[in-house]
Design a protein. Structure first.
Lengths: 472, 241
């Protein structure tokens, strides 16, 4: 485990206010989802999950075909598809376009993909102002923080935190009422929308047969971002494809419900190309940036390819007892929670944070609520095996490897297993059956100390089951 | 002649909670089964598998398959170990068709204890008596890999003198997670404390589950917090009269 990960975990667990904020916010999201997917509210919920999984499987297995179909349809509508390998290529494209069009101000709607490539920082580095317009993201931009959660980026901040932040950064009165805070952000952002030259959005889905970008949101800022400025750029990972507009009937039923418990979000925008002759609004130019940034690497791995099915609803984060303890910022990359734990090592390599696949009790709550049925625990187990292979290649983790080798050998030799167990029990006798608070001298080893740092240790019974069974 | 069933008591029960194994045998014998304990059994291999040591897990799984090869029913006091055998053994042997076939042949014969009672023995009342207020903790693998949820509650509801109280977060993980409990102890401990808060709110005196490992985690945290709540495996409650 890296010291940075360890420290973030420790600090989050030690912060009682933060613990309460995370727990309450996720509990609310859990509750909303639960009511949205009951048999009364959505009788075919399980069938929809199966269908969504099948559509994603088909799309990802035939991604080359759908990407080309998507590009052809975007082009036919007067838009342009831009293929980018990585973060630099996206930034170069946006910077180049901004220069050509003499653009100075960019408004952005919420997009995890642009977080993934640090787009704001890259643009600001070249003196382009890029303003987040989702309330949560705007708050985080002012606070210079990364999103805490895929769907609820400022989940960890209280309204008091936001009041202080606005007062400090915007020079306004310290307002603690959420409605007043929203009005403050709105008055700042309205001006930005009107003055912006370029709007950058993400995409919830890319619809191949329509060449369309589908966006869901609750604040209306994404619709403004994509229609007010004269240029709209949607930045999306290549895995966002779905074949047909009618597939949205499956995904839109699942996405809002899984994310926030909403049957549909307040705004659903279906954007297919620039403003056409006779239309009164919409951008003059429409670009879709299709980003790889490591996704083709995942695509090549048929065993873990399903990681690309994710529609970023955040349900696995809300339901994950580990996320609920360690929060979003403990995770080493922008994607947190169970989905972050499986895609981070695949995008950045298992060495990036080797502890990540192990930071799970494998309880399976994530897979249970995943709307596209990604088998997250199975992928975590595969990644654990990859971490151990990597350690072996590098000659690290020798002690643990030796222990498991010895353990396996003992487990294949029942007589030795019994003797070893008797020796261990002799070291830690159960005097009065009380649970132990301290390690017996001969058992004072790291794993036992780790156990005892949190809990008491069970005493060894006088006789094992097999000894008792023989006497029975 | 009585149907023979074989116990796989798991290494945790064998070494730390032998009473659970004895209770399970008692209940099965009362129901008329002839209970057998294959003495060469050790572990299912899950600790190695969950820690990423596939070769070591394979070795132990091979040993398991050899020991239980001829058993008609294998009864396990753990949803987690049952899942290791019934769901993960298959994936351990992609390059060994013979071992994979042995694993597949064993899969339908491996039963978590409560599920065996309800689905094979077809009983939901074993004639037990246990005067206590009890709350039931859903062990994750029993719940999510086998859908074991109502079964243990039905068995408990039919125990004379027992009052069952639901906790608010019954389905939330206790935080054990095998080697997770010692690899990331702070997170695991935090999860255990959330769990015991939920348990304590019910006012129950006893927490029951179908997995001794979860109960070890929960009892360890209860004991550390000096709370007067005890843990018992479902088999122990059902064996009481």
């Amino acid at each position: 485990m890296s010291a940075a990960f360890d420290e973030k975990v420790h600090n989050t667990l030690a912060d009682a206010n933060l613990q309460l904020a995370i727990y309450r916010a996720t509990a609310r999201l859990i509750d909303h989802r639960k009511h949205a997917v009951t048999a009364d509210a959505l009788p075919d919920y399980q069938e929809l999950r199966t269908e969504a999984n099948a559509i994603k499987r088909h799309t990802i297995d035939h991604l080359d075909h759908y990407l080309e179909q998507f590009e052809a349809n975007v082009t036919a509508h007067g838009g342009k598809v831009v293929w980018c390998q990585d973060a630099t290529e996206v930034a170069d494209f946006v910077l180049g376009l901004a220069k050509e069009r003499h653009a100075r101000l960019i408004v952005k709607s919420k997009s995890m993909t642009t977080e993934e490539i640090d787009l704001n920082e890259r643009l600001e580095h070249h003196h382009l102002e890029s303003v987040e317009t989702d309330l949560g993201e705007y708050i985080l931009q002012l606070a210079h923080q990364r999103p805490y959660h895929i769907v609820a980026p400022a989940l960890h901040l209280t309204r008091y935190d936001v009041g202080d932040l606005f007062a400090r950064t915007l020079g306004v009165a310290n307002e603690t009422a959420v409605e007043k805070q929203t009005l403050i952000a709105r008055s700042v952002l309205r001006e930005k929308f009107l003055a912006a030259d370029i709007g950058i959005s993400g995409a919830n889905f890319l619809v191949a047969d329509s060449g369309a970008v589908l966006l869901v949101e609750n604040e209306g800022n994404a619709r403004l971002t994509t229609s007010a400025p004269r240029i709209h750029i949607a930045v999306a990972g290549i895995e966002k494809l779905i074949p047909r507009a009618q597939d949205l009937a499956v995904f839109l039923k699942l996405l809002g419900r899984s994310a926030t418990g909403q049957a549909l979000t307040v705004y659903t925008s279906f954007l297919s190309g620039p403003r056409r002759t006779g239309e009164i609004d919409g951008p003059e130019e429409f670009y879709v940036v299709l980003l790889d940034n490591g996704r083709t690497k995942l695509l090549a791995d048929s065993a873990k390819r399903e990681s690309l099915y994710c529609i970023r609803c955040g349900a696995c984060l809300n339901h994950c007892p580990v996320y609920r303890k360690i929060g979003g910022h403990s995770f080493p990359w922008v994607y947190s929670g169970p989905i972050g734990a499986i895609i981070t090592p695949q995008f950045l390599g298992v060495k990036h944070e080797p502890a990540l696949p192990f930071a799970s009790s494998l309880c399976g709550a994530c897979a249970e609520v995943c709307p596209v049925k990604i088998d997250i625990p199975k992928i975590l187990l595969d990644l654990r095996a990859e971490v151990k292979q990597d350690e072996r290649r590098d000659g690290r983790g020798r002690m643990e490897r030796l222990v498991f080798k010895l353990w396996a050998w003992v487990m294949c030799h029942p007589r030795i297993y019994e003797m070893a167990a008797m020796v261990a029990a002799g070291v830690a006798p159960a005097e009065n059956g009380a649970w132990l608070r301290k390690a017996p001298a001969l058992m004072d080893v790291a794993p036992v100390r780790a156990w005892l740092s949190q809990r008491d240790l069970p005493p060894a019974p006088p006789k094992s089951f097999r000894e008792l069974w023989r006497k029975r | 002649m009585a149907q023979r069933v074989s116990l796989f008591v798991t290494c945790v029960v064998d070494q730390l909670f032998p009473k659970v194994g004895l209770a399970m045998a008692d209940v099965l014998e009362r129901l008329g089964y002839q209970v057998d304990f294959p003495e060469d059994q050790t572990c299912c291999g899950q600790p190695a598998f969950n820690t990423g040591y596939r070769d070591e897990a394979r070795q132990v799984a091979r040993h398991f398959l050899k020991v239980f090869r001829d058993c008609e029913y294998v009864i396990v006091p753990s949803g987690s170990c049952t899942s290791m055998i019934a769901h993960h053994f298959h994936h351990l042997f992609p390059a060994d068709p013979q071992a994979m076939a042995a694993a597949d042949a064993l899969t339908p014969r491996v039963w978590e204890f409560s599920r065996f009672l309800l689905e094979v023995a077809r009983v939901d009342d074993v004639g037990a008596r246990f005067e206590d207020v009890v709350t039931y903790h859903d062990s994750c693998h029993a719940l999510r890999e086998f859908g074991i949820k109502d079964g243990p509650r039905r068995l408990l509801a039919n125990v004379r003198g027992l009052e069952l109280r639901e906790m608010d977060a019954a389905e939330e993980c206790c935080g054990f997670g095998g080697t997770f409990s010692v690899k990331l102890p702070e997170i695991s401990g935090g999860m255990a404390r959330t769990k015991i808060d939920s348990i304590v709110r019910t006012g129950a005196r006893t927490v029951v589950s179908v997995d001794s490992s979860c109960l070890m985690q929960i009892q360890g945290a209860l004991s550390r917090a000096a709370l007067p709540v005890r843990t018992m495996h479902l088999a122990e409650v059902l064996a009481s009269r």
